[in-house]
Ligand binder design. Structure first.
Ligand code: HEM
Length: 140
């Protein structure tokens, strides 16, 4: 987990975004709220993902991202154990990530964190981390 200093908070071994959000259930709920926001407000971004019969982002995508987030935020590394190293740029190589898609992704994550009441130090930390990685993933 990259030691990014935002404001005054630096995550430590026992004090991570994962623990501050409330553990696996809370992180999975954040991932769910993220894709619900995407389905409701960002159709162009949603349709880049595998969709289910109702045209919503698939259960498989939601579960993979939820598992990834748990490990990435400092929780159990089940994603790495199951799917290997995230290699995010490689896994997004077939996805056209331009500025509008980057911004759409960040709007969905902001909406999800609002819906889940994520605020304070952990919120400013996550806002900065997500913005940094989303920009890093731009590939067009
Ligand atoms: C910047 C805009 C982004 C776009 C347009 C985007 C789009 C996508 C799409 C379309 C998929 C589904 C790929 C598939 O199943 O075929 C995906 C998967 C994924 N994305 Fe993103 N993404 C973005 C940013 C991010 C960020 C910032 C993160 C991490 C913080 C992230 C983490 C993931 C993960 C972990 C997966 C699942 C990879 C796998 O297990 O196959 N994405 N993304």
């Amino acid at each position: 987990m990259t030691q990014l200093r935002v404001g005054s908070w630096i995550p430590t071994e026992g004090d991570t975004p994962y623990t501050r959000l409330g553990g696996s259930e809370a992180v999975r709920a954040l991932a769910e709220a993220f894709y619900d926001a995407m389905d409701a407000t960002e159709p162009a971004l949603a349709k880049l993902h595998p969709l289910d019969e109702q045209g919503r982002v698939s259960r498989g995508s939601r579960d993979r991202f939820g598992m990834f987030l748990i490990g990435w935020l400092g929780g159990p590394q089940d994603y790495m154990a199951t799917h290997g190293h995230p290699r995010l740029r490689m896994r997004h190589a077939r996805v056209p990530v331009n500025e509008p898609m980057r911004d759409a992704w960040l709007r969905c994550m902001a909406a999800a964190m609002n819906a889940r009441g994520v605020e304070g130090e952990v919120r400013s930390y996550l806002d900065a981390r997500f913005a940094e990685v989303a920009d890093f993933l731009r590939n067009v």
